[in-house]
Design a binder for this molecule. Structure first.
Ligand SMILES: *[C@@H]1O[C@H](CO)[C@@H](O)[C@H](O)[C@H]1NC(C)=O
Ligand SMILES: *[C@@H]1O[C@H](CO)[C@@H](O)[C@H](O)[C@H]1NC(C)=O
Length: 342
């Protein structure tokens, strides 16, 4: 509790859009903003006791925390029970380490689905058309380039294989239907029938997905099990000339193996929003004209950022009021009620 007798909330990262909602949290809790401008300073500030008594932390992807790993978690005050992360992907938070410390973590599912799938479609069409080289040529004053690029491809009638059929994957499927694509998917657990029917998607095994897709869209979360899901052995069985789109996390693909697969023609073109070591990008991708690249812009819109902030703040509010989270991460479902009533 703060000196006011109110609970304390630690703000890790900036509030950019949902200012009113954040003010309303400020009416029921003392919000503590760190002075630290980098990770080392933040850890020192934690250890100084500046955040003692904090119950809930609100965190954004771009906060100074860097990875929420064992080092940082050990420094955070023992009073901390909830981390409300503003983002759908939470690979930057070590969930088992939080679980060990009885800290519950939430993300912002559904809020990101439209924006991410929209960019996914844009990257897919751009990769099918091989637009990257002509866009560069135009700015260089050579119109379509000399010689002009080969003709691109239409999505109509092509098989779109979606790996990871969560909210974003299903949103992508529905949008791709409007482009006349045939949808197949692989998910570790097959979807319920109504969800499958809703996006007219056929369940296939992982190998079939790789073998028969014209376009492969990666929409699975990054965790230790999904790291490098697409690597040499997977490229080896793909349909020749496949187009790959990734708006999930860079490390679900082995980036070096992707560069090789582009070089030997296994993969014809790629649309990427995410990279293995952001903000660094493999030089073999940057220099390849068949690679369409954007710098992690999937949710970079006013509307979606606002929705994500609102969602994460909703978790802060429920944590304060009820001792639970609205969207606890799946790994912690079994312990979601541990702080209720305490
Ligand atoms: C894309 O265009 C560039 C430039 O013309 C070309 O080098 C590359 O092979 C093209 N890629 C595909 C998949 O057509
Ligand atoms: C996809 O598989 C994962 C892992 O088994 C599961 O948690 C998730 O619920 C599945 N997605 C859907 C929409 O059923």
């Amino acid at each position: 509790m703060g000196s006011s007798g109110r609970p304390k909330v630690l703000q890790l990262g900036l509030v950019e859009h949902a200012h009113e909602t954040w003010s309303s949290i400020g009416e029921i809790a003392d919000i503590i903003v760190p002075k630290a401008t980098n990770r080392d300073e933040l850890i020192a500030e934690c250890r100084s006791g500046a955040f003692d008594g904090v119950k809930v932390a609100y965190r954004t992807f771009y906060s100074v925390t860097g990875l929420v790993d064992t080092e940082l978690i050990a420094a955070l005050p023992s009073s901390l029970r909830f981390i409300c992360h503003c983002g759908a992907g939470y690979d930057s938070i070590d969930i088992p380490a939080c679980t060990d410390r009885s800290i519950l973590v939430s993300n912002t599912p559904t809020a990101v689905d439209d924006a991410t799938a929209d960019l996914n479609i844009w990257l897919m069409l751009g990769a099918l058309r091989n637009l990257s080289s002509s866009m560069t040529a135009l700015r260089a004053g050579t119109w379509r380039g000399n010689p002009p690029p080969a003709f691109g491809h239409d999505p109509q009638g092509k098989v779109l294989g979606i790996l990871g059929m969560g909210g974003i994957g299903r949103n992508m499927a529905k949008k791709a239907l409007a482009f006349g694509m045939r949808i197949r998917y692989y998910n570790r657990t097959r979807l319920a029938e109504d969800l499958e029917r809703e996006c007219e998607a056929e369940f296939v095994d992982f190998e079939t997905l790789l073998r028969e897709s014209d376009v492969l869209s990666l929409n699975l979360p990054l965790n230790p099990q999904t790291r490098h899901s697409i690597s040499k052995p997977q490229f080896a069985i793909m349909k020749k000339g496949i187009v790959i789109v990734n708006t999930a996390r860079g490390a679900v693909i082995d980036e070096a193996a992707l560069v090789d697969a582009l070089a030997d023609g296994t993969v014809s073109s790629v649309g990427l929003d995410v990279y293995e070591n952001e903000p660094e990008i493999h030089p073999g991708l940057v220099t390849n004209p068949s690679v369409l690249l954007v710098p992690h812009m999937g949710t970079w819109t006013v509307e979606t950022q606002t929705k994500m902030e609102e969602w994460a703040m909703g978790n802060v509010r429920v944590a304060l009021a009820e001792g639970r989270l609205r969207s606890v991460v799946p790994e912690q479902k079994g312990m979601a009620e541990m702080w209720v009533g305490l």
